[in-house]
Write a protein that binds this ligand. Structure first.
Ligand SMILES: Cc1cc2nc3c(=O)[nH]c(=O)nc-3n(C[C@H](O)[C@H](O)[C@H](O)COP(=O)(O)O)c2cc1C
Length: 202
């Protein structure tokens, strides 16, 4: 796993094989979404190089997201995972500020054909997480990106992955203050799936 900005285009892995770059762009205050981001990264390890891109409060100046380095990391990525807690039935304002700052890239369709997926969390099982995932998929569509959901039917997986039956992306919620282990294994699966899809892109 590598930190934001440390990954170069076409960088070869230790084995000499060039791997796709997965950028995980997320906002988190109390750490739950960050835990999911790390699980997505674990799932992609060995298949993709990882850039963990945490949106920070001070990336936003006078209401505008101004972390150009983070946006440039996505420019270089083959695959992008969007992550945000669900706040008031949608992505957090800080994530939306990042999305709004991508409009220059949108006008040039600079992120077109990258693979995209998403993950979110909330306090409630039915806490309107779907709306956050729907927003991520619309953001991806605006950029001409190719959306990748989760191919695990809810309630059908022997190990309990995709607990909430969300196939647009990963929806989770806190149970007695913590993420259930199955949400973390689902996040790992999503990371693996996104990385594999990036490798298939042609
Ligand atoms: C302003 C605010 C709005 C929230 N709105 C929702 C919501 O609409 N649905 C929900 O299930 N949880 C909601 N929550 C709970 C958060 O999604 C939850 O605490 C999440 O774990 C926070 O993510 P983080 O630990 O990555 O910061 C809200 C929390 C805050 C602070």
């Amino acid at each position: 796993m590598q930190n934001l900005g440390d990954v170069k285009d076409g960088q070869a892995s230790e084995s000499g094989i060039t791997m796709p770059l997965l950028a995980i762009v997320y906002f988190s205050i109390s750490g739950t979404t960050e835990t999911l981001a790390h699980a997505v990264a674990r799932g992609a390890a060995g298949i993709a190089d990882i850039a963990l891109c945490r949106i920070a409060g001070d990336d936003i100046v006078s209401g505008r997201f101004q972390n150009e380095r983070l946006l440039e990391t996505i420019d270089r990525a083959d695959v992008v995972a969007f992550g945000s807690p669900t706040y008031m039935g949608g992505p957090a304002a800080q994530f939306k500020a990042f999305a709004d700052a991508s409009s220059d890239r949108w006008s040039e369709q600079r992120w077109a054909n990258k693979i995209a997926g998403g993950f979110t969390t909330g306090a409630c099982a039915g806490g309107d997480q779907l709306h956050t995932l729907t927003y991520f998929s619309i953001l991806a569509a605006q950029h001409g990106m190719l959306w990748c959901g989760i191919d695990i039917p809810g309630g059908e997986d022997p190990s309990g992955r995709n607990r909430l039956g969300s196939q647009l992306g990963l929806a989770t919620h806190l149970v007695e203050g913590a993420l259930p282990p199955s949400d973390l294994t689902t996040a790992e699966y999503l990371g693996q799936r996104l990385a594999k899809m990036a490798g298939r892109k042609g």
